[in-house]
Design a protein around this ligand. Structure first.
Ligand code: COI
Length: 355
């Protein structure tokens, strides 16, 4: 499809210190934008990033018809910009969209738009391990209407942001025993904006109590671990890597999927199954809980040093985390081209003329 390209007259890149970028605050020069009108995607354009004009009755603002993705571009040691498993993100946003009664965005167009945008913004990819160009595709309703029904019009936008690590140090988690993130049959598997809105109040309370993030438990029994704030979660128990099975209430993380593949390829036993918070505490008491770490696009690998549950607490020595380091080093190596890409995950970006 034809994407119109309108370039910024001057790049802002010289005003950015790439060695010191806070997550989520610095945006590159351009964005991709498209409209869904009369049943098809149209007005495809890459243009200087700019404000939107919305009517106050915008349906997404009132009823939350809004989904998003998080993905990353990196640059190899030879200077080649690359995407990581872009087709998986194209598929996932459409699964999220379907759950929220929104139209699909064609997968080939998704990959083409991301590729063209990153090609134009390639100078914005920080060349440091642990840093990347974060890519935020999102879709939201644009009907001007206050009745509760699916919108007929939508916008699909992609922004890119140079980012450093999301968590700069090991994290402490509170296993939540009052609030829930998602129940089976709900929208927990969708990357829907409302899931994140619903997490804010419990997360704020947890932070006031001295924890970095919430470890969500299942909505029925408050027993089985689901995921953590902005990440999926892995445990190493007596040499076996365990992660909660996806059941419709847990986000199907692409980093999660990549780590499972990397661990199995390295010869580790990986179990996707129900894992209870009591099992984790019991494994710790038996001296068998070796590692706990989160995995996500933004977070990459985030080591967990403390877990609180119902008045009890465990502390972990993250200095000896071998599996978490294997995950981080392999993913970073794949992205910078120093680890052989035997899974075909790293896709070089077609280089467009820079602004
Ligand atoms: C990501 O890891 O890309 C996410 O979407 C988490 C985000 C909410 C920071």
């Amino acid at each position: 499809m034809n994407i119109k390209i309108t370039k910024a007259t001057k790049s802002r890149i010289d005003s950015v210190d790439m060695n010191n970028i806070p997550f989520g605050k610095v945006f590159s020069d351009h964005m991709f934008i498209a409209d869904y009108i009369d049943g098809k995607w149209t007005n495809l354009e890459i243009k200087p990033i700019q404000n939107l004009s919305l009517h106050p009755s915008n349906l997404a603002l009132h009823y939350g018809q809004s989904v998003f993705e998080g993905m990353k571009a990196s640059v190899t040691k030879e200077g080649v910009p690359c995407l990581f498993r872009p087709e998986m993100h194209a598929k996932r946003i459409n699964k999220s969209a379907a759950r929220m009664c929104m139209p699909a965005f064609p997968e080939d167009l998704f990959v083409e738009a991301v590729t063209k945008l990153v090609g134009i913004e390639k100078n914005w990819i920080p060349p440091y391990d642990g840093s990347a160009l974060y890519i935020r595709p999102f879709m939201f309703a644009t009907d001007e209407f206050l009745g509760v029904r699916p919108s007929e019009k939508y916008k699909f936008i992609i922004m890119t942001l140079p980012v450093g690590p999301y968590y700069t140090k090991p994290v402490s988690l509170k296993a939540e025993t009052e609030f829930v993130r998602a129940a089976i049959g709900g929208v927990g598997e969708a990357k829907a904006a409302g899931n994140y809105a619903a997490s804010l109040y419990p997360a704020k309370l947890a932070q006031e109590q001295g924890f970095d993030q919430i470890m969500w438990l299942d909505a029925k029994e408050f027993k089985y671990i689901q995921e953590v704030g902005t990440m999926n979660i892995f445990f190493v128990i007596d040499g076996v890597i365990v992660t909660p099975q996806t059941d419709g209430a847990i986000l199907k993380g692409i980093t999660r999927d990549s780590f499972i593949t990397i661990f199995k390829d390295a010869g580790y036993k990986v179990e996707e199954r129900l894992i209870g918070i009591d099992e984790v505490f019991a494994a710790h008491a038996d001296g068998k809980l070796q590692e706990v770490f989160g995995a996500g696009t933004a977070a990459v690998v985030s080591k967990v040093e403390r877990i609180h549950h119902d008045g009890k607490e465990i502390k972990l020595d993250v200095s000896d985390y071998k599996i978490a380091n294997l995950a981080y080093d392999t993913l970073t190596g794949l992205r910078n081209g120093t680890v052989e890409d035997k899974f075909g995950w790293v896709i070089p970006v077609e280089i467009m003329e820079t602004v």
